[in-house]
Design a binder for this molecule. Structure first.
Ligand SMILES: Cc1cc2nc3c(=O)[nH]c(=O)nc-3n(C[C@H](O)[C@H](O)[C@H](O)COP(=O)(O)OP(=O)(O)OC[C@H]3O[C@@H](n4cnc5c(N)ncnc54)[C@H](O)[C@@H]3O)c2cc1C
Length: 485
């Protein structure tokens, strides 16, 4: 029997497991390792707050690419008023994923087994001519596997620049947005500074509003941009045709053409036959959404230097238009901005000092000028996630790099991989054991973070793994001995 170990119990890991269950045609043991006690949902869908909504409409959140309304049908069995364009609470989606896994387990064929392990995988060592892996968990547990899927998602963000070690240990600084207790923060007094202005920041602003916080909220980010909102009802997009071929491999032209298309309200700058189809553009979101089916091929055509440039200079603009908030949330954010309670600050956090009364943040404005000072009662780090394996504090990532089992992608975003998710080692050799999907593949694949991409990756990866695993019985290894040497 072959063993596939999956590290990570978020959407990517859970759906890889489920697809293995449904696709397996020979004996298989699936071992699924997750460090958090709340498994199957990952960081995004673990929240219990009813104010945290999906940022993708229900009609596009199915876990299965071949059954696009699977989630909507499930959600409508709870609330029949929901439609394809509804934005539902993320914890409901977490429940859905629990159900998806449970259904897979309930229909397991007798020759497939599934074991859920709770614990952090901290290292991987290859044995038997690099054809098997020994995964060590923080609690000393050991798993021996023929194939390992790194479904670890994004790593936690590190300490932002401008936050010293001293401030990081202040009781008024909250390094992890997800564990920041907004009820407590709201009652400690003073204004609040949020570092970052993306969807994580939006979640925290909603939490603060919900617990009655009345002070000012300053969201500081390099560009000072908050995510745009979805429209209440999605408009049709024009995506059935090829992009103009000169847009591939020329980042400047691509960016200019997207801007022109938005300004002129026409697809002509992007698609050759737009004039013949003559589809009306009534909103800029249609232009952005029309690029989505092409985003991975556009990304693949860019050089590594252009990819890095995109990350440095353009990603912030792309993200606010592409990763939008639910319309209900957008309305509440706009009201907070209109009342002056929420202010965005474009600039770089230079330093923070703690005095007896407040935290005093110094911000260098975007484009230069006099540094601005903000006196606040608390600071919450909402800078999101770390994608650079070389920078993360994850013990597993450090072990993989130290042993040369993985190699950072040349852009430093995720890992170097082959098209099927097979990880390359430090000598650019395809690993016999390690595969990945989701966030670690962003440098190689481009957009690889949301459910609509991950569900296809999970299905395809399961098929790849099953085509590779053989039926030989794992030799009876004394795993503890293997780890000891
Ligand atoms: C706030 C937020 C909202 C989002 N909303 C949406 C949305 O509405 N729609 C959408 O499509 N996408 C959304 N996303 C994107 C979302 O990240 C993806 O859809 C998807 O959930 C990512 O899944 P994942 O499994 O790749 O990563 P994660 O969800 O990050 O899961 C990775 C898991 O691996 C575990 N892990 C990591 N390392 C180890 C280790 N060494 N040992 C054991 N376990 C480990 C972690 O604990 C975690 O549970 C959102 C993301 C965030 C952060």
């Amino acid at each position: 029997m072959s063993t596939v170990a999956i590290i990570g119990g978020g959407f990517a890991g859970t759906l890889t497991a489920v697809n293995l269950m449904y696709q397996a045609h020979c004996s298989l043991r699936i071992v699924h390792i997750e460090s958090s006690e709340k498994r199957n949902c990952g960081v995004a869908f673990r929240t219990q707050s009813p104010h945290h909504l999906l940022n993708v409409p229900a009609g596009r959140m199915s876990a299965f690419p071949d059954d696009p309304l699977h989630f909507l049908k499930w959600a409508r069995s709870r609330d029949n008023k929901l439609s394809e364009s509804s934005f539902v609470p993320r914890n409901l989606y977490g429940e859905y994923l629990d159900g998806v896994l449970e259904a897979g387990i309930n229909s397991l064929p007798p020759f497939v087994s599934y074991e859920a392990l709770n614990g952090e995988a901290i290292s991987i060592k290859l044995i038997q001519d690099d054809s098997k892996a020994v995964i060590k968990l923080a609690d000393g547990n050991v798993v021996v596997a023929d194939k390992v899927v790194l479904a670890t998602g994004n790593f936690k963000a590190g300490r932002p620049s401008g936050i010293s070690q001293t401030i990081a240990s202040s009781e008024h600084y909250f390094s992890d947005a997800w564990s920041a207790d907004c009820d407590r923060i709201a009652t400690t007094g003073g204004d609040i500074m949020i570092i970052g202005a993306g969807l994580t920041a939006v979640d925290k602003i909603m939490d603060l509003e919900a617990c009655g916080f009345k002070g000012n909220i300053h969201a500081v980010s390099r560009h000072g941009l908050l995510p745009a909102s979805h429209l209440k009802t999605s408009l049709p997009t024009f995506a059935q045709t090829e992009l103009r071929c000169e847009l591939y491999s020329d980042l400047n032209l691509l960016f200019k053409s997207v801007k022109n298309a938005i300004r002129s309200g026409s697809y002509k700058d992007l698609f050759d036959n737009a004039s013949t189809i003559n589809m009306e553009v009534s909103d800029w979101r249609q232009i952005i959404d029309s690029l989505r089916p092409h985003s991975q091929s556009l990304w693949a055509a860019l050089s590594d230097t252009q990819k890095s440039r995109f990350y440095r200079h353009l990603k912030a603009y792309w993200d606010v238009h592409r990763h939008r908030m639910a319309p209900e949330i957008g309305k509440r954010i706009a009201a907070l901005q209109a009342s002056g309670q929420l202010q965005t600050v474009a600039g770089r956090l230079y330093s923070v000092q703690e005095t007896a009364e407040a935290l005093v943040a110094t911000i260098v404005p975007r484009g230069g000028g006099q540094p601005k000072q903000l006196k606040v009662g608390s600071i919450i780090n909402c800078t999101g996630f770390e994608l650079n394996f070389e920078k993360t504090e994850s013990a597993l990532a450090q072990s993989l790099l130290a042993r040369g089992l993985v190699k950072a992608h040349p852009t430093k975003i995720g890992l170097s991989i082959l098209n099927d998710g097979n990880v390359l080692d430090s000598n650019d050799r395809p690993s016999k054991v390690l595969y990945t999907l989701g966030a670690p593949t962003i440098g190689a694949r481009g957009e690889s973070i949301a459910v609509p991409e991950l569900r296809t990756q999970a299905k395809e990866l399961a098929a790849t793994l099953l085509s590779l695993t053989n039926e030989e019985l794992l030799p009876a290894l004394n795993a503890q001995q293997l780890v000891a040497n």
